[in-house]
Design a protein around this ligand. Structure first.
Ligand SMILES: [Zn+2]
Length: 94
C-alpha cells in the first residue's frame, strides 16, 4: 500500500534545478543526464521507446537532482535510486 501522506511526514526542500528535454545527448546515447557542475538535468527523448520509459527517466534524473545535495558517489546514488524504486513499486520494503 502506497503512503499518500508522505508529504506530511518528510520535509520538502526547494531547489533551483531545472529538468529539461532534448532530442539526444550529443556526447553519448544516455537516456538522461544530471550534471554536478550545473543545476540542470536532461531527459534525452531519442533514447526511449515509450512514454513510460520517458516518465521513468524523468523520475530517475529527479532523484539524482535530490541526491546531489548530499556527497554520494554516482554508484551510491544508483543504489539508493534502485532501493527507492523497489519500495515505490512494492518489490521490497524499507
Ligand atoms: Zn542514473
Amino acid at each position: 500500500m502506497i503512503n499518500t501522506k508522505w508529504h506530511e511526514i518528510y520535509d520538502i526542500r526547494e531547489g533551483s534545478y531545472s529538468s529539461d528535454f532534448r532530442i539526444h545527448n550529443p556526447l553519448d546515447n544516455s537516456r538522461g543526464d544530471t550534471y554536478s557542475d550545473m543545476q540542470q538535468s536532461w531527459t534525452n527523448l531519442a533514447s526511449h521507446e515509450s512514454l513510460f520509459e520517458i516518465f521513468d527517466t524523468v523520475n530517475h534524473e529527479a532523484l539524482h537532482v535530490a541526491l546531489k545535495r548530499e556527497d554520494f558517489t554516482i554508484e551510491i546514488e544508483h543504489i539508493i535510486i534502485r532501493k527507492i524504486n523497489q519500495v515505490l513499486y512494492n518489490i521490497s520494503s524499507i
